[in-house]
Design a protein around this ligand. Structure first.
Ligand SMILES: [Zn+2]
Length: 334
């Protein structure tokens, strides 16, 4: 057993990971990640692994922190995007790649860093004016806003523009939340505080029309989602209006493809039948199902009248064309 496995901070971070990994309002599927800095080693979640499985599987990969930060300082985007090159093989027991968001963890100085796709945060962060409307809500916290850029090197260099030495909360436009703390407890308390301040009660949605969905799915390669909450983005007209604006955050694109459709003939992973409910492709992965539920949670918190901004076609395309994400999609399918 690696010595890190008996480190009490490592253990408490894994316990916390399992808790947030099981909370769909914070983490969906293989999204979100955590890290612990110990003696020059950045222990970070492996790409494609689920935080929910943190206590059952070895999901953490050791990365050479100084070498990775040196690549950031040099502005070496190619090196930053290939964090696998910084894995410390003598310490690694997984053979997995580090998270595609590893540099995000490296750049905050805090011993513990937690990144989640908190639906309360995403609902605000999908607004054109996110930085301005968040300012009064996060007043008194040491926070910064990073406008949307693709995760990986662009996000790393975007963070460099806004990070101050004491920043411990980052809101990522059209993406999510990052917090840093001296230990797991501090990071968890800060995350809870931000989520509480950004809380927007979801609208109640009309129930799905299960009979209509079954009729629509009969003879097609679509099926009903197991999670009934998924239907809300189709049964609530205001949520549907928001959902049809396009992809609001990267993992939607990775797991479901760009945007959504209301047409079964589209062949899309998720189809929203207005007033009836949601249908998933029969072979949709657990990841796709989790992101379909996430869409319902995010759109239930937004009004069509808000200045919502979706990812552009080019932004969708760069996510789908990126090798690091193809690897994560492949792990999701297996
Ligand atoms: Zn993320």
């Amino acid at each position: 057993m690696l010595p890190i496995a008996t480190d009490p901070q490592f253990q408490s971070l894994l316990r916390y990971s399992a808790v947030i990994g099981a909370d769909p309002s914070l983490v969906q599927a293989a999204g979100g990640n955590v890290s612990l800095k110990r003696g020059g080693v950045l222990w970070v979640k492996a790409s494609g692994m689920w935080l929910a499985h943190a206590l059952r599987q070895n999901i953490m990969v050791p990365v050479d922190l100084a070498a990775l930060l040196a690549a950031v300082q040099r502005g070496d985007g190619a090196a930053v995007e290939n964090a696998a090159a910084f894995v410390m093989p003598g310490l690694d027991a997984t053979g997995l790649r580090p998270s595609i968001e590893t540099t995000l963890h490296a750049m905050l100085p805090h011993p513990v860093v937690v990144h989640v796709h908190c639906v309360e945060t995403i609902a605000w962060a999908a607004r054109q004016d996110a930085a301005a409307v968040l300012a009064p809500l996060l007043d008194g916290l040491r926070w910064a806003f990073v406008p949307y850029v693709r995760p990986g090197a662009p996000l790393t260099f975007g963070m460099l523009q806004v990070l101050r030495p004491d920043t411990d909360v980052l809101i990522l436009g059209n993406h999510g939340l990052v917090v840093g703390g001296a230990d797991t407890e501090a990071a968890a308390a800060l995350l809870a505080e931000v989520s509480r301040r950004l809380c927007r009660p979801p609208r109640a949605a009309p129930p799905p029309d299960i009979a209509a969905l079954e009729r629509a799915a009969a003879g097609t390669d679509y099926r009903l989602p197991e999670d009934l909450a998924t239907h809300a983005s189709a049964t609530d007209p205001r949520a549907l209006d928001v959902a049809l604006r396009g992809s609001l955050y990267p993992d939607h694109v990775i797991f479901l493809g760009p945007g959504v459709s209301t047409d079964l003939a589209s062949g899309r992973a998720l189809v929203l039948l207005p007033g009836a409910g949601a249908l998933l492709k029969r072979d949709a992965s657990a990841g796709a199902a989790a992101l379909a539920r996430c869409l319902a949670d995010v759109t239930a918190r937004l009004e069509p009248s808000e200045p919502i901004v979706a990812l552009t076609a080019a932004q969708n395309g760069e996510l789908l064309g990126w090798d690091a994400e193809k690897y994560r999609q492949q792990l999701d399918r297996t």
